[in-house]
Design a protein around this ligand. Structure first.
Ligand code: ARG
Length: 354
């Protein structure tokens, strides 16, 4: 049976199916590393063997789960010298002990829908921000574009909503080496991309809560998070600052994107926060492919995710194809926690307006 990495799995309805596929017995550390190695959408896989794995399978209360997430941020951020890290909480057994972090990432910015339909902050997080508010989170008295969201943690039929200690969240204020006006835009981004809603599937076990991080590739922030029309939508703002009338240059968006990406790379470097640019990432991915081939392993990859969202054809990864048959162990998407039956019940019980 082919493994569908594009669907959102629910451990309750899909659990048995996945567990029946037993591979060789590996340590948790090796399973987690294999899962990264085989993640078809990740361009950063050259570094899979450096993943640090924290075994948090013995943690069984909300406070300790929260503390372990905070500790993950601290250790993995490592003052900017980011360490790829995964913290693995208890395996899926039954609904009474299900652990989920409801956040998409440990660090994310709130998105507030305004009465006129526009969004303040990150439009991608509007739904989650509403849920956090429903669950009792109180946003800052004057909401901004970059308000840190609280963690929402589920253990069995209990929920915890708690803000992260400010000092474990490293952020980078964005400036551009050539344009003094850039930093006046007040843009920033956080240092550590730590996905917290994916399912670690080893073949033997399912781990619905196993937050992990690498470091950023600049374009994730500069092209997508800040550039996408349905995200911070800054291309028109940058274009205007650069006085690129759309009538004067048909490529004004392209130039604005390059400036945004330059600012991201420059600012992370200035602050000593590790990140990789897309040209380097592409070279590293191709060397990963070479090594895997030598080891007799065929690299499975999803072309549209591997090719960077800036200057695609100027990177080596563009000019070839990849087989796409995901293997276990792997990291899969899950149904949103609040959309599962357990989550819906919890929302009703804990929610204030639902
Ligand atoms: N693209 C996501 C973001 O911009 C992060 C995904 C994981 N990225 C990584 N470099 N490990 O926040």
């Amino acid at each position: 049976m082919a493994l569908d990495h594009t669907r959102h799995w629910d451990v309750v309805s899909d659990g048995a199916l996945l567990c029946s596929d037993q591979g060789p017995e590996l340590s948790l550390e090796d399973e987690a590393r294999e899962a990264w190695r085989q993640s078809v959408r990740c361009i950063g896989r050259l570094h899979w063997q450096s993943l640090q794995v924290v075994d948090a399978r013995g943690v069984t209360d909300l406070d300790s789960i929260f503390d372990a997430c905070v500790e993950h941020l601290r250790r993995a951020t490592n003052g900017g010298r980011i360490i790829p890290t995964q913290t693995v909480f208890g395996r899926w057994e039954d609904p009474e002990q299900e652990i989920r972090v409801w956040n998409h990432q440990l660090v994310r910015y709130a998105g507030y829908r305004r009465p006129d339909g526009s969004v303040l902050g990150d439009p991608m997080n509007v739904k989650f921000t509403g849920i956090a508010c429903d669950l009792g989170w109180v946003p800052p008295s004057s909401p901004g574009k970059f308000d840190l969201l609280p963690l929402v943690i589920q253990y069995g039929d209990q929920l915890l909503v708690r803000e992260l200690p400010r000092e474990v969240v490293m952020e980078v204020a964005l400036a551009h080496p050539d344009y003094p006006w850039f930093e006046k835009l007040g843009l920033r981004w956080y240092a550590l991309p730590a996905l917290s809603d994916m399912l670690l599937v080893t073949g033997r076990e399912l781990y619905p809560c196993a937050p992990f991080n690498g470091w950023y590739m600049g374009t994730e922030i500069g092209s997508r998070n800040l550039g996408d029309e349905q995200r911070y939508n800054l291309i028109p703002v940058i274009g205007e600052q650069l006085e690129l009338g759309c009538d004067r240059s048909r490529l004004w968006k392209d130039r604005a994107l390059v400036v945004l990406n330059e600012a991201v790379l420059h600012s992370f470097e200035r602050d000593g926060v590790r990140l990789v640019d897309h040209h380097q990432a592409s070279r590293e991915f191709l060397s990963f492919c070479g090594r895997e081939e030598q080891a007799g392993c065929e690299v499975q990859a999803e072309w549209s995710w591997i090719v960077p969202p800036l200057s695609g054809s100027a990177t080596g990864v563009f000019h070839r194809t990849y087989p796409l048959q995901p293997k276990l162990p792997n990291l899969l998407m899950q149904k949103q926690a609040w959309e599962t039956e357990r989550g819906r019940n919890l929302l009703t019980r804990y929610g204030q307006s639902t």
